[in-house]
Ligand binder design. Structure first.
Ligand code: NAP
Length: 290
């Protein structure tokens, strides 16, 4: 149970929580090694030359090193076919020395990304991208890993001591990696959840009803302070060019009881959760109990 003082003024700071998760993961990895002789391994697959994807993969490999996790990085060229990618991921899925598989999004346009994701076995889907992981998460069943950023948001809410039961959470965004999964996780914690999107009418008046607002829109400084109910908790998942979130921080901070800044709020959590889930996947596969 993660519960700590991570607020400064009314900001929820992600770095201290992410650091603790990394320390806990390192200890978990050491326990797995000492009990089984096996070092957990994350396979990362990158297709093509997208510069941002290269940066994200480098960050993931660095975090693996910090967590004591072995990384196996596979780079495929931008002419790769769906069949070649599916074959590779199927081989990784069958390889007992690989515990987690991460396919970096996006893949080149000729590749059927969904087919590639679905080749990942649920037990190794540490990034929570498969139909199997999503549906188990939605049904609140064990044996799956949620998408990393939504899980990071949930752990931040827990660490900040935010009560969710019976509260109204408004999620702005319905993407498969953020809006939809975070809505499912909030629902599982007994929040009453409204999901908004680009066709939602009169968004500000819906946001006004929220005790908790999750902004996952991809539009810089989109959510305004005067949309918020006084005392709302604001989780800004946005990460836009220039280190800007999806919430207009200055106006929102005046109204919110708690708010995540960008950078330094939700952002640092994503990779820490990826490491945590890779260690958990290895423990499950190797029969290491808590
Ligand atoms: P996405 O796939 O582009 O989804 C954006 C969502 O926002 C869609 O559901 C869209 O609705 C909705 N939306 C767009 N315009 C809107 C409007 N005017 N009013 C209400 N809703 C609107 O983006 P994403 O991948 O979920 O990412 C969202 C944000 O989180 C981005 O800023 C991204 O950079 C950030 N992010 C951060 C991390 C991290 O590690 N911190 C990880 C992933 C993403 P429709 O469905 O109707 O189009």
């Amino acid at each position: 149970m993660l519960r700590m003082s991570i607020t400064h003024d009314n900001k929820i700071l992600g770095k201290p929580v992410a650091n603790i998760i990394m320390q806990q993961t390192l200890a978990h990895v050491q326990k797995i090694k000492s009990q089984t002789g096996v070092t957990p391994c994350l396979a990362t697959v990158l297709v093509g030359e997208d510069p941002a994807s290269h940066t994200y993969i480098r960050m993931k490999l660095n975090r693996c090193e910090q967590a004591g996790i072995t990384s196996r990085h596979i780079k495929l060229d931008d002419k790769t076919t769906t069949q070649q990618l599916v074959t590779l991921i199927t081989e990784l899925g069958n390889d007992p020395t690989v515990n987690g598989i991460l396919l970096q999004h996006p893949v080149p346009s000729q590749v059927d990304e969904r087919a590639a994701f679905e080749a990942i076995p649920v037990c190794k889907d540490v990034d929570g991208v498969t139909y199997g992981s999503f549906s188990r998460m939605w049904f609140n069943e064990p044996g799956c890993f949620p998408s990393c950023t939504p899980q990071g948001i949930m752990l931040l809410l827990q660490a900040a001591g935010v009560q969710l039961k019976g509260k109204h959470a408004v999620v702005i965004g319905r993407s498969p990696i953020l809006g939809k999964p975070v809505a499912g996780l909030l629902l599982a914690k007994h929040a009453t959840v409204t999901i908004c999107h680009s066709r939602t009418e009169d968004l500000p008046s819906i946001v006004k009803l929220a005790d908790i607002v999750v902004a996952a829109v991809g539009i810089p400084e989109f959510v305004q302070g005067d949309w918020l109910k006084s005392g709302a908790v604001v989780m800004d998942a946005g990460y836009n060019p220039g280190n800007v979130g999806d919430v207009h921080f200055e106006s929102a901070q005046k109204v919110a009881s708690l708010i995540t800044p960008v950078p330094g709020g939700v952002g640092p959590m994503t990779l820490a959760i990826l490491m945590q889930q890779t260690a958990l996947a290895a423990a499950q596969q190797l029969g290491v109990t808590e």
